[in-house]
Design a binder for this molecule. Structure first.
Ligand code: SAM
Ligand code: SF4
Length: 371
């Protein structure tokens, strides 16, 4: 299997590509409409997860290139007022590394009282800030946690910080940042055996666990299809302790396929009544083996204010220089629409390692894009 490296083409200015609508929301050539915004507030991170970052980190963006709190609030406003953005997730890098995260949240909340506003975080430092973030207007959090074993956590994140993450998750729940969602990536031979234990832990606390298939977006380019734990394997592993059945209700463009969870019929905690209510749900995000590109609703902004229409884009569109040069909201919206019009139909990852299809890994790794 070979995954080659693609360098993003940065488009700084220029007219909208032909066919791009001038008035509608963020629609693309393939009939999708983006309403879900992922905005990275910083590229820097305090962990070094093996599937994301190199051991030595990456060259971080200079502070002057990062969007300021006011600039972030302005761009969110353009998205919501002009382009139909209906929900916002702040991410990174590690968003809690930004000291002004509460200010960013409060600014967005003041301008958009009803906007669902969540945060994806590794949880380090969250114990001390969850209450302030909730008071600033954060709706809920997604916390990444791949192992409940301190040694394995250290192996995966290259830092000995499991206790901080667990404290962060408890504090988020106490602050009402609910539902607390937990993201886990399984690595073969490292933490894949922990899938049922992670689910039991999450269910006991009322947290919503989602497993994410490892994607070829690591800075080390070490991803291999053979090592990736597939969604089917994840479900099989969970099946050793739990019984999964499709969760009723519409998926509605959500990346996670949801499953109702009950104790396995022959497991130790099997109920007398097999029709018992589910213990909760679990999500599986099968980006590689069961892609959901056709229903994608996401638009992404990097920490330096570039639009990426897709995680796997090879093209980025500068928005921040335009904003700093005094562009109006309408001009910023035009540029954003033009970028999204070119969103690729699909990522092609589902073919990697199966045939010779030409999946080209984006130059940026997950942390630098804003996962
Ligand atoms: N630092 C924060 C965190 O870890 O939650 C936010 C940024 S991180 C890039 C967002 C999510 O991307 C995390 O849940 C992480 O596990 C996931 N992620 C990172 N690299 C990945 C990869 N190669 N494949 C799948 N998920 C990945
Ligand atoms: Fe940092 Fe999140 Fe990447 Fe881990 S997954 S290195 S916490 S950005």
């Amino acid at each position: 299997m070979s995954v080659s490296l693609g360098f993003p083409q940065i488009r700084s200015a220029g007219p909208a590509p032909s066919g791009a609508p001038r008035q509608a929301g963020l629609v693309d050539r393939h009939g999708r409409r983006a309403t879900d915004m992922r905005l990275s507030v910083i590229d820097k991170c305090n962990l070094r997860c093996t599937y994301c970052m190199p051991a030595d980190g990456l060259p971080w963006l200079p502070a002057a290139q990062l969007m300021s709190a006011d600039e972030i609030v302005r761009l969110v406003g353009v998205g919501v007022r002009e382009l139909g953005i209906a929900e916002l997730r702040l991410t990174g890098g590690e968003p809690l590394v930004r000291r002004d995260l509460e200010e960013i949240v409060a600014g967005v909340r003041a301008a958009h009282p009803e906007l669902p506003l969540s945060l994806t975080t590794n949880g380090i430092g969250l114990a001390a800030r969850a209450q302030a973030l909730a008071e600033a207007g954060l709706t809920r959090v997604n916390i990444s946690l791949d192992s409940l074993c301190a040694e394995t956590f250290k192996l995966l994140a290259r830092r000995d910080r499991l206790a901080d993450v667990l404290a962060g998750a408890e504090a988020a729940a106490a602050a009402g940042l609910a539902p607390v969602k937990i993201n886990a990536v399984l690595m073969r031979g490292v933490n894949d055996h922990e899938a049922p234990e992670l689910l039991a832990w999450a269910l006991e606390r009322g947290f919503a666990l989602r497993f994410i298939e490892q994607m070829p977006l690591d800075a080390d380019h070490g991803w291999t299809r053979a090592d990736m734990v597939t969604a089917a394997e994840i479900r099989d592993r969970l099946g050793t302790r739990f019984r999964l059945s499709p969760h009723p209700g519409r998926r509605d463009g959500a990346p996670a396929e949801l499953w109702d969870v009950r104790p396995a019929a022959d497991g130790p905690a099997a109920p007398a009544d097999a029709e018992d209510a589910p213990l909760g749900t679990v999500g599986v995000i099968a980006s590689v083996t069961e892609p959901f590109c056709a229903d994608c609703k996401r638009t992404r902004i990097t920490a330096e204010g570039r639009i990426r229409s897709c995680l796997f884009s090879h093209e980025e569109f500068d928005l921040l220089p335009l904003l700093r040069a005094g562009a109006t909201d309408a001009e910023l919206a035009d540029r954003w629409r033009a970028a999204m019009w070119l969103k690729p139909a699909a990522h092609g990852m589902d073919h990697v390692g199966l045939d010779s299809a030409d999946y080209v890994q984006p130059e940026r790794s997950m942390s630098a894009i804003g996962g």
